[in-house]
Design a protein around this ligand. Sequence first.
Ligand code: GLA
Length: 399
Amino acid sequence: MNEIQTRAVAERLSDRFTDLYGAEARSRARLFFAPGRVNLIGEHTDYNGGHVFPCAISLGIWAMVAPSEAAETRLHSMNLDEHASCVVQPGCWVYDPARDWANYPLGVIQTLREHGYLSGALDAVFWGDLPNGAGLSSSAAIEVVTGLACDSLFGFELERIDLALMCQKAENRFIGMNCGIMDQFAVAMGREKCAILLDCETLQHRYVPLELGSCCLVLANANKQHKLSDSAYNERRNSCEEALEDMRTARPVVSLGSLSLGEFEELSPHIVSPVNFRRARHAVTENQRTLQAVELLECGDLNAFGRLMRASHESLRDDYEVTGPELDALAELAWSQSGVVGARMTGAGFGGCTVNIVKGEAVKAFCSEVGAGYKKRTGREASFYVAESGPGAREVPFA
Ligand code: GLA
């Protein structure tokens, strides 16, 4: 988004804020932005103590926020034209399925209150250009933008990593989605033109320049949201934990992410359930692929990186079983296109997006041919976005 477009977004948020909460509140409001993320490789490894390789993108969620003297926190979504208000009190767990999107910011506010950071209420208006439920971390974006706004307006001076951890905690405890740290970390810590190699066990990380030469990152949205994704996600996580427990009967193991392929081969006969064995095999092999993929990218071997993206998708399809017919169709169609260097599902799966590395001159044909093939195979329309890697969450100066 260029400066003129950003200004137009800010003005629309400002007008709606003034309509809803008045000019006096508007004079105290500030504007914040948190991006979505795309994970290039390293899927379902974060909660297994492995590595991930995401980057923040330029699409995201804006929030205009002011502190309020009232008892109630008031939230408004411009995308949905929906309003939610709530008295957030310590110890009062306010999750409400009827509130839908508003549970995410409320969960962060509640978590910050429980940690003694926040005592007052807020007025906020949100707007985003990030498709919801597309596996691009709209949840982490709304969490982090809320957390950053609270941090800046009330001056807690939380470290960025702690902000990400608070938001993850809110999602685990409040929403009941036992996600790992990848999304909140990428959204809070992203850097322009870089992806982040993150060790999810230690949170040690390093920025890797995302040098794709003449290629672009193209996101293909299956336009399918999976309603059961949270419970299926938690199930996968439990399977991995059970597999780890089984291997620990043989000897101490820190996490699936700490195992080499050889160690896994030696210990995996202790895994009782064949399903759990496949889940664990994905976690271990995917972690190794991630480390290898980053090395290849740093050597400029994009084609080899692309081959590992494909292997990642196949493992998510066959061992982890989180792809589904829509994402498989998008990935398979992409693999058969000329000009495609790599393609795989990104995010939790069960719907959402594929990430594709496509040669610049082939992007147009890619979108039309994969789009047509997808329609033929599934009856659905896909949407395509050329993603730019961008910086992490930030305040947007606005008078
Ligand atoms: C979701 C979760 C992340 C991660 C991915 C799968 O996006 O929020 O923590 O587990 O799924 O890699």
